[in-house]
Design a protein around this ligand. Structure first.
Ligand SMILES: Nc1ncnc2c1ncn2[C@@H]1O[C@H](COP(=O)(O)OP(=O)(O)OP(=O)(O)O)[C@@H](O)[C@H]1O
Length: 465
C-alpha cells in the first residue's frame, strides 16, 4: 500500500502544480487494498468531493497500472483527520531575524502613524471593520473563483467548523478582500452578537508596535484572543516581522483551539511567503488553501455588466466584450476602466458605444497594445483554450494543456523580445530546448494546418488589440 502511494503521489507531483499537489493530493491517506478495491481517505467533505471529481480517474489509472489489474478506487472521509487540534503549548516563535529582539531592534516593524488598538469592550458592529458593500451577492463568480467562493460560503455557514484556517491567495485585485468581507457580512447577519474583526496585515503590524510601545500586550492579547472570527488580509506583510509573527502565532493558536474561525489572504501560496516563520506557514496550510485566478473573458464581461448596472448604466454586450477583451489582468483594472467610461460619456453627454470606449480608454488601450508581455500571452492563450493560467507553468503534460502551452511559447517568441532561456524561465523554469522545440513545432503546424493558422491569427489579433 505504502509503496503504491509513494509511486502514485510521486507521479502526481510531476503532473500537477505544487499548489494542487499540496492542497489535494498530499492530505490523502491510502487506507487499504483488497481484491481490486483501493480505499483512500480525504480529510474533509470538501476535499473529498473535489478529489473525486478532479483526480479520481487519474488515481484510478495509476492504481490499475501499479497493480496491473483493474482497480476500483473508493474515496471516503477520514473523521480522525478533521479532529480539532489540541490547544497549543508550543514555545514562542524564535526571532526569525536572528537572536532575541530587544529594545529598538524590534522596531523593524513600521512605526504607526495612528496607533489603533481596538478597545476590548463589548463587540460593536463598527469595530468589525467589515465593509457592508462587499457581499456574496455583489461577487461575480466564474471558473477563476468558483472554488474560492464555494469554500467561502461553506465557512460562512459553519464558521470554525469546516476549514480552519481558510487561506485565499492570488494576484492583486482578484477579489480576495471582497470574499473575506462577504464571509464577515454573512456571519454578522446570522450571528449579530459575534465578535468579528477584519484587519489588514499592515494594521495588525501597527497594533503590535503600539502595544509594544505602550507595554500593553495584555490588552492586545485579550482583544485578539477573544474574537469569534478574525479576517486578516494580505498576510505577506508579516514577512520579516518577527515580533508580529510571534504575536500572531499566539492569537492563531488560541483562536483555532477555541474553534474560532480565521480567514487569511495573501498574494502568494503560504510556502512562498518570504520571511515567514515555518511554523506559521505550516499552520496557514493546515485548513484549506484556495487560489483565486485571474478572471476569464466571460467573467470579465459579467463583472462589467454587473458593475455598470450597479451604477445605473446599461452596457451593451458588444461594449462589455470589447472592454473585457482588452483589459485582462484583474477586476480592479476593470472597475477603473468602467469609471473612466462613465465619466467620459457623462461629461460629453454621449451614449456608451465602442467608439466612446476607445476614446475614454485611449491611454489604457495604447499602453496595453504597446506592451505584449509573456504574462499577457499566457493569460490570453489560457482564456482562449479554457485552461488555467497556472497550467502554463505547471509540469502537467496532458495534450489539452501541452499544446496551448506550446502555442503560448511560440507567441512569446514571435511577439516579444525575450530570448528562449528567458521564455523557458517564465514557463515554470523550462529548458530553452523545450521552448525551441515548441516554437518549431507550432511554426511547422501553422504552415500545414489551416485551423492552427486561424487560431494563431485570432490570438495575435487579440494580443495586438
Ligand atoms: N468576483 C468579483 N465580483 C465583483 N467584484 C469583484 C470581484 N472580484 C473583485 N471585485 C472587486 O474588485 C476590486 C478589487 O478586489 P479586492 O480588493 O477584493 O482584490 P484583492 O484580491 O484583495 O486585491 P489586493 O491583493 O490588491 O488587496 C474590489 O472593488 C472588489 O469588489
Amino acid at each position: 500500500m505504502e509503496n503504491f502511494w509513494q509511486t502514485c503521489s510521486a507521479q502526481l507531483e510531476l503532473e500537477l502544480t505544487p499548489q494542487q499537489f499540496s492542497a489535494w493530493i498530499k492530505p490523502l491517506i491510502p487506507l487499504d487494498y483488497e481484491a481490486g478495491k483501493l480505499r483512500m481517505a480525504a480529510p474533509n467533505r470538501f476535499k473529498l468531493d473535489w478529489v473525486k471529481t478532479q483526480f479520481a480517474s487519474r488515481i484510478t489509472a495509476l492504481a490499475c497500472q501499479y497493480w496491473d489489474a483493474p482497480t476500483e478506487v473508493q474515496f471516503v472521509l477520514d473523521p480522525r483527520l478533521s479532529a480539532p487540534k489540541k490547544a497549543s503549548t508550543v514555545a514562542p516563535v524564535p526571532d526569525i531575524n536572528g537572536g532575541a529582539p530587544s529594545g529598538n531592534a524590534r522596531m523593524a516593524d513600521p512605526v504607526p502613524s495612528v496607533p489603533e488598538l481596538p478597545a476590548s469592550a463589548a463587540p460593536r458592529r463598527e469595530q468589525s471593520r467589515i465593509n457592508t458593500d462587499l457581499t456574496f451577492d455583489s461577487f461575480v463568480t466564474g471558473k477563476a473563483n468558483q472554488l474560492a467562493r464555494a469554500a467561502a460560503i461553506q465557512v460562512a455557514n459553519n464558521p470554525g467548523v469546516s476549514y480552519n484556517p481558510l487561506f485565499f491567495y492570488g494576484g492583486v485585485g482578484l477579489g480576495k478582500t471582497h470574499l473575506i468581507h462577504a464571509i464577515g457580512n454573512q456571519v454578522m447577519a446570522d450571528q449579530p452578537g459575534a465578535k468579528i474583526r477584519y484587519i489588514h496585515a499592515e494594521q495588525y503590524v501597527r497594533d503590535v508596535v503600539t502595544a509594544y510601545q505602550r507595554k500593553g500586550f495584555d490588552d492586545f492579547k485579550h482583544y485578539y484572543h477573544s474574537l469569534d472570527m478574525l479576517l486578516i488580509d494580505d498576510i505577506q506583510f508579516f514577512g520579516g516581522k518577527s515580533r508580529t509573527q510571534e504575536e500572531f502565532f499566539y492569537a492563531f493558536e488560541a483562536l483555532i483551539a477555541a474553534k474560532k474561525q480565521i480567514i487569511i489572504t495573501s498574494d502568494t501560496y503560504p510556502k512562498e511567503i518570504t520571511g515567514m516563520d515555518d511554523r506559521l506557514i505550516s499552520r496557514f496550510d493546515s485548513g484549506l488553501t484556495v487560489a483565486i485566478e485571474p478572471p476569464e473573458l466571460e467573467m470579465r464581461v459579467a463583472i462589467l455588466l454587473k458593475k455598470a448596472k450597479q451604477e445605473g448604466v446599461t452596457f451593451s454586450d458588444d461594449v462589455a466584450f470589447f472592454v473585457a477583451k482588452h483589459l485582462r489582468s484583474n477586476v480592479r483594472e476593470l472597475e477603473g476602466a468602467l469609471r473612466k467610461i462613465l465619466a467620459y460619456s457623462r461629461f460629453h453627454g454621449k451614449d456608451i458605444t465602442i467608439d466612446i470606449v476607445k476614446e475614454a480608454l485611449k491611454d489604457l488601450l495604447s499602453v496595453q497594445n504597446r506592451q505584449i508581455s509573456v504574462e499577457n500571452i499566457q493569460k490570453t492563450v489560457a482564456d482562449f483554450f479554457n485552461i488555467k493560467v497556472a497550467d502554463m507553468y505547471s509540469k502537467r503534460r496532458p495534450a489539452n494543456i501541452a499544446r496551448p502551452r506550446q502555442i503560448a511559447m511560440y507567441l512569446a517568441k514571435e511577439l516579444t523580445q525575450k530570448s528562449l532561456p528567458e521564455i523557458g524561465e517564465l514557463f515554470g523554469g523550462r529548458d530553452h530546448t523545450t521552448v525551441l522545440h515548441a516554437v518549431r513545432k507550432i511554426a511547422l503546424d501553422r504552415t500545414k494546418n489551416p485551423e492552427c493558422n486561424h487560431e494563431l491569427h485570432v490570438l495575435e489579433q487579440t494580443l495586438k488589440g
